[in-house]
Unconditional design. Structure first.
Length: 432
């Protein structure tokens, strides 16, 4: 029995085409203008929707094992599915830290049992993410998507160089949280107008770009594939642009919140506290330019859930981190595509194609490929309401924002990972 998704505008090879897609046995069976169902097939009339290859997020904190009260594999991956993501990469700041295969196994058992989408774990760069000595990178390499100490920058130059040499030999990416802790010095917001006017300790842009500059030199020296997490500063974009022109193997990501907000939008509320912080308007403009000229390769949410208590203490004392899996696509579609800043095709490139190509986590909508896809109603308008999130995290700067783009279906290996109640009205027979 096949499932036929009929009449949608489908993203194929960089553009949209109105066409039918059939799914059977977990793979895409056929793509053609009119697929005739046979007895027992399930047909969905999706002429009012678009179908995208499943979105891929290379920067997600699932918090489990160790911090179940913040998020679980189950709730985090359900949130991903609801947001149209079929593949995510899980960061290693868990307890235990996946710095050896025994510790990684604890995480893998949870994802094998509970994950609603494909989960590709990171291995830690250093033992315990302490930045002192390398993790068991060689034994981890076959089981991890890349290596990162995300949440902390590797402070020691020699340790980072050694990590890059090892990663190069293993054919793995180093994905870096770039932060010079001596410069950030316990700050809570960007070192800019807002923080200074309120006497808040600031985190300068240099704390980010200084480490990026160091790492780019090491990447050039070692030949390591290098990825910069959550770029936020103009200088960072400039450095990465220059490095790409030199032929250094570097990619980078930007978050939705850094693209949409800057320090001018700050409120003394924990839902505006993240690391790196929201920076100046000039930085936001540089990020948009980086999207447009290809310097910035992809968008990742840095989904970082915390408990309500941890996020209830204002900018100075709340934990760093906001959630983003359930808001990323609609927010970016509304604020970037509908305003003409980028096209829908480019948004798909940034949220699915490029992360998949760089990290090898997903694939296009093609016959014979794994059926990972998402259907969106781009005309559906609603307000972001954290109370209905599937994630345990509720802290988002997008709360109450009016957006367009409702995910009505997410398929993962041909199985329904998320379906809104509205999908039932589109079914002409059978069930999935």
């Amino acid at each position: 029995m096949a499932c036929i998704l009929s009449g949608a505008e489908v993203y194929l090879n960089g553009s949209f085409k109105r066409i039918d897609v059939s799914v059977e046995g977990g793979i895409i069976g056929d793509i053609s203008p009119a697929i005739s169902p046979t007895c027992g097939d399930v047909v969905f009339d999706l002429k009012n929707f678009v179908i995208l290859p499943g979105l891929a997020d290379v920067h997600v904190h699932l918090r489990e094992p160790g911090f179940f009260y913040k998020e679980s594999v189950r709730t985090g991956t359900l949130a991903a599915a609801r947001g149209g993501f079929s593949s995510i990469c899980s960061m290693p700041n868990t307890d235990p830290v996946p710095d050896c295969t025994d510790n990684l196994k604890k995480q893998s058992e949870l994802t094998d049992n509970d994950a609603a989408v494909h989960v590709y774990p990171y291995g830690a760069v250093t033992k315990g993410e302490r930045g002192e000595c390398l993790s068991e990178m060689a034994e981890l390499a076959p089981f991890v998507v890349a290596f990162s100490d995300d949440g902390r920058g590797v402070q020691n130059d020699g340790v980072m160089e050694a990590a890059m040499v090892r990663a190069k030999s293993l054919g793995k990416i180093i994905a870096a949280h770039c932060e010079d802790e001596a410069l950030s010095n316990g700050g809570c917001v960007h070192d800019g107008r807002y923080g200074r006017s309120r006497g808040l300790k600031g985190i300068p842009s240099e704390s980010e770009w200084r480490h990026i500059s160091r790492d780019l030199k090491l990447a050039e020296k070692t030949g390591c594939a290098y990825h910069v997490c959550h770029v936020s500063a103009k200088e960072s974009v400039d450095l990465i642009r220059a490095a790409k022109k030199k032929g250094i193997d570097v990619s980078c990501e930007v978050t939705p919140h850094h693209l949409i907000f800057c320090e001018d939008d700050l409120k003394d509320d924990g839902r505006y506290k993240m690391n790196p912080p929201l920076r100046g308007a000039v930085d936001r403009e540089a990020l948009i330019e980086g999207l447009s000229d290809g310097t910035i390769d992809m968008i990742a949410t840095d989904h970082a859930p915390h408990s309500a208590e941890e996020k209830s203490k204002g900018l100075e004392n709340s934990a760093f981190g906001v959630v983003g899996l359930e808001t990323a696509f609609p927010v970016l579609y509304t604020k970037l595509v509908m305003t003409g800043i980028i096209g829908l095709e480019r948004l798909v490139l940034l949220m699915s194609v490029r992360p998949s190509e760089r990290f090898g986590v997903a694939g296009p909508i093609e016959k014979g490929m794994r059926a990972d896809l998402a259907a969106f109603d781009l005309k559906e308008k609603y307000r972001v309401d954290p109370a209905v999130f599937l994630s345990k995290g509720r802290s988002t700067p997008f709360e109450d924002m009016c957006v367009y783009g409702d995910c009505v279906l997410t398929m993962v290996s041909g199985k329904t990972a998320w379906a809104s109640g509205r999908l039932d009205a589109c079914r002409t027979g059978g069930r999935i």
